[in-house]
Design a protein around this ligand. Structure first.
Ligand SMILES: Cc1ncc(COP(=O)(O)O)c(C=O)c1O
Length: 379
């Protein structure tokens, strides 16, 4: 498929007056996918009893089977969850921790998931240990060494981000999982940014559980994530909400967590159609290259540096702003950019302030030129 960028922008409802360069935070759903979601909602409301009793269970499994190949997975090893936060909570809250146990997280771990780990640890008298990710431009060996150095004989779980949120780094998940496995530590991979961004083979990551979002890079409707569990890890894994499926196995427990609108899950097939129509792996490669180009362009204009570069690239890039400061300063600058008409997230990392750019099919190089203008003005 040729014709990304301006040629494809009409597929989304994005505000043409606003500069969208932050697909990473919440995604943006194309019109065709929203139409498919509304169609599922129409079927649900036309005959609710028939829909929930007969249609939805099979449709849900069909959607999982359709999603599985892009993850290199089997459909029955994955279940839908609303989002990555819910999926990580399900794993964390299914495990038993004892006083003195340790849950390993990363210094660049996603805040909400780290909080969930702290919550679970505090209830058991366990503690959370943070492995410090070297930054900027960490090389894979240094990341592996940081995780290896944080594992102790009390470590019961490692929560590892596949693509970090604020710093947009692709971490060497397979190597990290190998190090954890060698230490007898199971791995929960937080792949919120994995699907539709990286070329994924989930079982080959070596993770025991892998959580991902489809509403980010696959452009599914909001509230469409998944939890994959290795077959040996499915027993004893429960959703956060216990319901009718309790005791009937992994798929049954997660497929029914009470009456809810499942249309975002069911519309994942339309999102996959859309992603494939736009090029699938070719689109992912194009987005990764464009994000790197956008970050380099900004670093050049601002006279600073990019944050990633030694590891694999992804559809988000990071550039340092010529500002020092704490999270409140970063937030103030983020708000200033929002007022100026763009959504690029700005975060403080190790005392410096960094801006993240995203690249999705609708973005072009000109977007990052325009972003550089807005950033220079805001500075
Ligand atoms: C690494 C990581 N984990 C988890 C999440 C949470 O995603 P959600 O809000 O869809 O649960 C994000 C969101 O950006 C993320 O970047």
């Amino acid at each position: 498929m040729s014709g990304w960028g301006d040629a494809i922008r009409h597929e989304w409802d994005l505000d043409p007056a606003f500069l969208t360069v932050n697909h990473g935070s919440y995604g943006a759903t194309p019109r065709s996918v929203l139409a498919a979601q509304r169609e599922w909602q129409g079927r649900m409301e036309a005959q609710p009893v028939r829909f929930f009793g007969r249609e939805a269970p099979a449709a849900l499994r069909a959607a999982a089977a359709r999603l599985a190949p892009i993850l290199g997975a089997e459909g029955d090893d994955l279940v839908f969850v609303e989002n990555a936060t819910v999926g990580c909570n399900a794993v964390l809250r299914s495990l038993d921790f004892s006083p003195g146990d340790e849950i390993l997280v990363l210094s660049h771990g996603y805040g909400a998931v780290v909080k969930a780990a702290r919550y679970v640890a505090s209830r058991a008298g366990a503690r959370v240990v943070e492995a410090r990710v070297p930054f900027p431009r960490p090389d894979d060996d240094a990341v592996v060494a940081a995780v290896a150095g944080a594992i102790t004989r009390r470590t019961r779980l490692a929560v590892l981000d596949h693509v970090t949120s604020a710093s947009a780094l692709v971490l060497p998940l397979r190597r990290l999982a190998d190090v954890c496995r060698a230490g007898g530590v199971p791995v929960l991979a937080d792949g919120a940014h994995g699907p539709g961004n990286l070329d994924l083979d989930v079982p080959a990551t070596g993770a025991d559980w892998y959580v991902g979002n489809c509403h980010k890079w696959l452009c599914a409707p909001k509230g469409c994530g998944f939890l994959w569990a290795a077959p040996a890890r499915q027993a004893g894994l429960h959703p956060v909400t216990i319901s009718h499926g309790y005791g009937q196995g992994f798929v049954a427990e997660f497929d029914w967590t009470g009456t809810r609108d499942m249309s975002a899950y069911l519309a994942v097939t339309a999102a996959l159609d859309f992603h494939e129509r736009l090029g699938g792996p070719a689109l992912r490669a194009r987005n990764r290259a464009l994000a790197a180009e956008g970050a380099a362009l900004l670093a050049g204009r601002l006279g600073t540096e990019t944050g990633s570069g030694n590891g694999a690239t992804n559809a988000m890039g990071l550039v340092r702003l010529p500002l020092a400061g704490d999270p409140s300063r970063a937030l103030a600058f983020r708000e200033r950019l929002l007022d100026a008409g763009t959504d690029a997230p700005v975060n403080a990392i190790d005392g410096d302030i960094w801006l993240r750019v995203s690249a999705q099919a609708y973005n072009t190089r000109a977007d990052y030129e325009r972003l550089a203008d807005l950033v220079e003005r805001a500075l």
